[in-house]
Design a protein. Structure first.
Length: 530
């Protein structure tokens, strides 16, 4: 492979075992796994961590019940096993969730659903999650929000997740093990030279260009994976990527209770209606081929109407355009398997390794994948790279917790109760949110705080100056959207005036961090440390 413009790399440029390009769930999972095996790792992300596909999900860790109809048994088995692993790794970010599947006889017979749920219960061993059951849905029951024509359904288990924070937790784990983290840093060129990758990077905050070298390169750029090879490396991609748009809407709480609903539709797809952040309901997703810029993806009117129609066919309470508080879209970069239907395209991942003429300087590219199986994907990636790094350690992530998840043997609810006792001055809702978001890292956030005044300026919705500054200095946040829509999820609560106040603090703090970093390491700074 060659590059059309020679990377700005010289003999003083640092050398890493691996440079990971892409700070989504797959890149972050590979970075922490490689760092824990003793490899020196750098990760660059052109925008924010989880800034694209990995924060535009349905917020679920699930086996993928509907993929059984497409005979994706291996993928579903792997995903079901990962639910159990991830529940133990990040109990603050991943929680069990019960789903109701209303039965609509004209779409799928009951026997077919029972067989599917039996497989779902038994394809992999369960230790934390309850199995499926049939349920009678009484139209007169106050806790039944479904319309009167739906009298029977099924209940089963999966998990909810804070998707963006799961990415951040993996990056934190990589950083704790020595990885260099570079956000707002774009790869503008990469070429092999003398058995090493020479990679030219640009800090998008300062405009500064600099270079790094690496023995191996991981292309985990998600929707940009194919373009990275074709444009930044001037080479032919071994796989074609098809972008499938998925859109969601969020409204004020549309039904009571803590159960989610999985809604069947005439086009053989499903839509979720999920309790979200205590006061809201999330409805999604769509599946639509997308040919535009992944950075500019947005919901269109047809998708919006599709989600409204599916929801309204199932629920007594009707949802209208005026009820929508937030719309978000993302693109899934799926490996092109020539399926006619976007819904039928495989969500499984494909790894491709390309070498130089001497059989060295590997480029490992990730195509496809899903949030639930990121850890297994990372293990497979490191296994593929092992011949080129024979000194790397063995697999380890299956029995370790992510930063914040080390709560010990007690249940998460017991740990939360202890947190409320320890910080009795915190309002209960705030203590719960902070515990969910940070787990045991909440102690670092609240270090030396003895009361609410120690948290600094109050912006509203339980967001204080202390937390905003923590996100900027400890979690690589660099914009107000990073703070409000990815790491804290408080954007739905704040007024325009409150957002402006947060923005003023963020801009000032980011400028200060940039000045300090440039003073320490002007030649190579690229948001190396938070």
């Amino acid at each position: 492979m060659s590059c059309s413009s020679r990377p700005e790399v010289n003999e003083s440029s640092p050398i890493y075992d691996l440079l990971v390009i892409g700070g989504g769930i797959n890149g972050s999972g590979i970075a922490i796994d490689a760092s824990g095996r003793g490899l020196s790792v750098a990760l660059c992300e052109q925008a924010d961590l989880a800034g694209a596909t990995s924060s535009a999900t349905s917020k679920l860790i699930h086996g993928g019940l509907r993929y059984l109809e497409h005979y994706e048994f291996g993928m579903v088995r792997e995903a079901l096993a990962e639910r159990e692993v991830l529940l133990a790794k990040a109990p603050h970010l991943i929680k069990p969730l019960r789903f109701i599947l209303p039965h609509r006889p004209h779409l799928r017979p009951a026997w077919m659903i029972r067989i599917g749920l039996f497989l779902y219960d038994h394809l992999s061993r369960r230790s934390h999650l309850a199995g499926s059951v049939g349920v009678t849905l009484d139209p007169a029951a106050v806790d039944n929000p479904l319309n009167d024509s739906i009298r029977y359904g099924f209940e089963y288990s999966d998990c909810r997740v804070d998707d963006a924070r799961l990415v951040v937790a993996n990056v934190l784990g990589a950083h704790e093990r020595g990885a260099r983290i570079m956000v707002r840093t774009r790869c503008i060129g990469a070429a092999r030279k003398n058995g090493l990758w020479h990679v030219s990077l640009a800090d998008l905050l300062t405009g500064q260009r600099f270079g790094v070298r690496a023995h191996g390169l991981v292309n985990a750029a998600g929707p940009w994976a194919q373009k990275l090879i074709e444009q930044q490396m001037s080479a032919k991609s071994p796989r074609n990527v098809r972008l499938i748009k998925g859109s969601h809407i969020v409204a004020r709480k549309l039904f009571e209770g803590d159960r989610a609903y999985i809604l069947q539709n005439e086009d053989e797809r499903i839509v979720f209606a999920i309790p979200y952040n205590r006061e809201f309901t999330l409805v999604g997703t769509t599946d639509k081929v997308y040919d535009g810029d992944p950075a500019q993806v947005a919901m269109d009117d047809k998708e919006e109407q599709y989600l409204l129609d599916v929801f309204n066919r199932h629920f007594k309470r009707q949802l209208g355009v005026e009820d929508i508080l937030w719309r978000y879209s993302g693109v899934r970069p799926l490996c092109d398997d020539e399926s006619d239907s976007p819904s039928a395209m495989t969500r499984d991942y494909t790894l491709e390794t390309q070498l130089d003429e001497q059989g060295q300087a590997p480029l490992l590219s990730v195509f496809g994948g899903k949030l639930t199986t990121f850890r297994r994907l990372a293990e497979a990636a490191l296994q593929a790279l092992k011949p080129y790094f024979p000194e790397m350690g063995d697999r380890w992530t299956h029995q370790s917790t992510l930063p914040g998840g080390d709560i010990g043997a007690e249940s998460f609810s017991e740990w939360q109760a202890g947190l409320r006792r320890q910080y009795g001055w915190l309002p209960a809702d705030l203590a719960a949110r902070l515990g969910d978001a940070y787990g045991t890292r909440v102690h670092a956030l609240l270090r030396d705080c003895r009361g609410i005044p120690d948290l600094g300026t109050a912006f509203g919705a339980g967001l204080y100056q202390r937390e905003v500054e923590f996100l900027l200095t400890e979690e690589w946040a660099r914009s107000t959207d990073d703070v409000l829509w990815r790491r804290s999820k408080l954007g739905l609560w704040l007024t325009q005036g409150q957002v402006a106040a947060v923005d003023e603090l963020v801009r000032g703090k980011v400028s200060d961090l940039q000045r300090r970093a440039n003073a320490v390491d002007a030649p190579t700074h690229a948001s190396q440390t938070a």
